[in-house]
Design a protein around this ligand. Structure first.
Ligand code: FDA
Length: 396
């Protein structure tokens, strides 16, 4: 098929990173085309944050990211910060609030962020081609050739913004990784991140019965720890604390959970031993823990003296240890079906950190989640999309 269309910059993917990149390049006077196979742009923005989009985090910084190269994100995060994005949101009159831990959400709807970006694209003269299947990309002396079911394109620059593999139902595919490999780019192992855990078979029946119980915990795994809420579900453990540690978890690893962080459980139990000697230790613990959980812990640690008064300090210390370090070896995770992000991706060693341009193929850029840069929960992943997208848009 002859090459029908030309464009200075071709952006593959009309998600967060692709759209902001297109705006930036378009504002520089480049002719920009964005292609997506979805029927609407920014679908993940629309559903994010329960429909309110946690679009950035006041405290976002390099420490909030996992990557094979922990220095890679620094430059882009500094060049286009959370405050730059917040200014933009304010300029569009979008009302927002801080929910917790610096997490900024729209007061109204995530659709306002999508509308902001599509409006800016229109103003910058960006052409948006939706419902378009990409059938292949190639590089010739003329530039990048992009083949689609509805026609072929020739571009000076190609920006891959096709995201990760998370939530295939929302249009996620691994095409970005395939394109990277095709051009000789290493891709680090990819796996589901920010994802609920599933029970191992030995815990499923008893602990699954706690479905609906939630509490504030400190959860730790492989050197990372988070103070947030945890939720028991029928399938396993969820809630922000579990999603956060899931990004650090590998099959077979133990997740250690402090069920009463910041509370001196030992001192409390010892005081109650004097105050209500006839109560069982687990009844006393229902003051500190959700009742169903306290009673379940009782079953788990086996027979205990019936009255707290009959328990020695060593007995109480054992109970405290069980609460301070509740250990779970999850059976697995719910995988890409429900994961918020994909860990791993295009290896950043072969990418220029200021421009997101390939060190191997001039004119080829990768932005957003397709790269091996993954944020913590709380708006960091969108901030990475904005920062990396702008970095590429200023150069492409
Ligand atoms: P993104 O996935 O947004 O965009 C990729 C685009 O490429 C999509 O439009 C897709 O259709 C297109 N595409 C893929 N394959 C294609 C192909 N073969 N052909 C053509 N087009 C193709 N983060 C955060 O910071 N705050 C939050 O509140 C949330 N909430 C949240 C909720 C849920 C349910 C999920 C799944 C994820 C989040 N996230 C989040 C994570 C956040 O959505 C994610 O990190 C960014 O959307 C990544 O932006 P990208 O532009 O890189 O990819």
């Amino acid at each position: 098929m002859p090459l029908l269309n030309t464009t200075d910059v071709m952006v593959l993917g009309a998600g967060a990173a692709g759209m902001i990149c297109a705006v930036e390049a378009g504002r520089r006077g480049r002719s920009v085309t964005v292609i997506d196979h979805a029927r609407a742009p920014g679908e993940k923005i629309r559903i994010s944050g329960g429909g309110r989009c946690n679009f950035t985090n006041l405290y976002c910084g390099p420490a909030n990211f996992l990557s094979g190269n922990r220095h890679f994100a620094i430059s882009a995060l500094r060049s286009f910060t959370q405050h730059d994005f917040i200014d933009r949101v304010k300029a569009h009159g979008i009302a927002f609030h801080e929910k917790t831990l610096g997490q900024l959400f729209c007061d109204g709807s995530a659709r306002e962020i999508v509308a902001m970006l599509t409006g800016e694209m229109a103003e910058a003269g960006v052409r948006l081609e939706l419902a378009t299947q990409i059938t292949g990309v190639n590089r010739s002396e003329a530039g990048f050739e992009i083949r689609t079911e509805s026609g072929d394109w020739l571009a000076d620059r190609l920006v891959v913004a096709t995201g990760g593999k998370s939530v295939p139902k929302m249009g996620a595919t691994g095409i970005g990784y395939d394109i990277a490999r095709q051009f000789g780019h290493p891709v680090t192992e990819t796996r589901a991140g920010l994802v609920p855990f599933t029970w191992a078979s030995n815990m499923h029946e008893s602990w699954g019965a706690l479905s609906g119980v939630s509490l504030e915990v400190h959860a730790a795994c492989n050197g990372a720890g988070f103070d947030e809420a945890m939720l028991f579900t029928h399938r396993g453990l969820s809630g922000p604390a579990m999603l956060q540690v899931s990004s650090y978890w590998r099959e077979g690893d133990t997740v250690t959970i402090d069920l009463a962080p910041g509370i001196d459980v030992g001192a409390y139990l010892k005081a109650e031993r004097g105050a209500r000697p006839k109560a069982s230790v687990w009844t006393v613990l229902t003051d500190l823990l959700p009742k169903r959980l306290a009673l379940q812990l009782d079953t788990r640690t086996g027979p205990v003296p019936p009255r707290i008064a009959d328990m020695s300090n060593a007995d109480l210390d054992e109970v405290v240890a069980a609460i301070r370090a509740f250990e779970v070896v999850p059976g697995g995770t719910e995988g890409y079906r429900t994961a918020e992000v994909t860990l791993g991706g295009v290896d950043t060693d072969a990418i220029h950190q200021k421009t997101m341009e390939s060190r191997l193929v001039p004119g080829l850029h990768f932005v957003g989640e397709v790269l091996d840069v993954t944020g913590h929960l709380g708006g960091h992943n969108f901030q990475w999309a904005w920062s990396s997208g702008v970095a590429a848009g200023r150069a492409a």
